[in-house]
Design a protein around this ligand. Structure first.
Ligand code: GRG
Length: 352
């Protein structure tokens, strides 16, 4: 285990162990405790053992080191943004889902977009955390029996399996509310108020009925359709969060409208590409490798890219989207664009 793993390991455990009595009333307290001990090793090994993409270097840019640094910073900021507090039960459920070793793609896109157009990304950290809170809440609600009904998330039992359905619903709402509270309070003083207000508006629009919620509605009632319908679902359900992340970072960094527009296009391509790759992984990887239930699309006879156009054409399409995404970054400072270029490469080559 490397230095990052040690730093990451200490974050949630410190708070949990100092308040272990608060966990004792919970029927799953020993499980929750062991969960917090091991969750961050997942994040670290993801980038340490990743295939060719993690070790590739563009213009001397070390993607693995970059990701470990940013994941560490984001996890620390998330831990501080959501300390264990009263009422304990709901905070435990919120922290269980939030601090559970995800890829942190949205926060990193947000930070990288801010850095792309400015000299400092710190103004984007509260929004980066908020976007991860919203992502965590959408996964918690997506796993509920009334939605996707999935008991496995990030290699662990889903939130509702550990805490119960009612707690998972409420913890999701609480994370959503905390996300916007955090942007409003923690960004103050680091960016002009007009930029903060625009970020709140952009994120709210992109996760609402015109974005993530709209995509989820279309996905739930989808009984057929073709590539166009599938693209609609993925652009709304998945790419909209990446778009919100890139736009939030760019706005906070003071980007002009043309730069914001190019980052929108970059994130829509990478978000869609993420989902095309997800469809391929669902078919080709095991649940252990993915940390979530694999083969579900086939069992549910779901519309996917491999089903509609075949696995080889799906791979070609993912690579085409990667090329299109990277074209949007031409004209920016290449050194500052390197994280977003390599993030796109990571998404297309990822194995879980
Ligand atoms: C956002 C207000 C609001 C409501 C949510 C349930 C719901 C409504 C939407 C479902 C959204 C959803 C689950 C989209 C899928 C997003 C996605 C690409 C998930 C992939 O996640 P992982 O497992 O990510 O690859 P981690 O973070 O674990 O690496």
């Amino acid at each position: 285990m490397n230095i990052y793993a040690n730093i990451l390991l200490k974050i949630p455990m410190k708070r949990i162990s100092t308040s272990s009595s608060t966990l004792l009333h919970h029927p799953n307290h020993s499980f929750i405790k062991s969960f917090f001990i091991s969750n961050h090793t997942v994040t670290v090994s993801r980038f340490s053992s990743h295939s060719s993409a993690s070790n590739r270097q563009t213009n001397g840019f070390d993607f693995k080191a970059y990701m470990l640094e940013k994941v560490t910073a984001v996890n620390q900021a998330l831990d501080s943004a959501l300390p264990l507090a009263n009422p304990i039960g709901i905070h435990e459920a919120m922290r269980y889902s939030l601090l559970s070793g995800g890829k942190r793609i949205c926060p990193i896109v947000c930070l990288a977009a801010c850095r792309l157009v400015s000299s400092d990304e710190s103004a984007a950290m509260p929004s980066a955390c908020a976007l991860e809170m919203i992502h965590a809440m959408s996964l918690m609600h997506d796993d509920l029996p009334c939605m996707d009904d999935d008991g496995l998330r990030r290699g662990r039992p889903s939130c509702h399996v550990v805490f119960g359905e009612r707690a998972a619903v409420l913890a999701g709402y609480a994370l959503l509310a905390r996300a916007f509270e955090h942007i409003a309070t923690a960004t103050q003083g680091t960016a002009p108020p007009g930029r903060i207000v625009r970020v709140v508006g952009e994120i709210a629009r992109l996760i609402g009925p015109e974005g993530v919620v709209g995509g989820q509605v279309a996905d739930l009632k989808c009984g057929g359709g073709g590539v166009e319908q599938l693209e609609y679902i993925h652009l709304h359900k998945t790419a909209a969060s990446v778009e919100a992340s890139a736009v939030a970072g760019a706005v906070l960094g003071g980007a002009c409208e043309e730069e914001i527009d190019r980052l929108r296009k970059y994130s829509r391509c990478t978000g869609l590409m993420f989902q095309v790759v997800d469809d391929i992984l669902d078919l080709t990887k095991s649940s252990e490798e993915l940390g979530k239930t694999s083969g579900k699309d086939k069992v549910a006879d779901k519309m996917t890219y491999p089903k509609l156009i075949g696995i080889d054409k799906s791979r070609d399409y993912a690579h085409k989207l990667n090329k299109e995404a990277q074209e949007q970054l031409l004209g920016f400072n290449p050194e500052k664009a390197a994280p977003l270029i390599e993030l796109a490469n990571y998404i297309v080559h990822r194995q879980n």
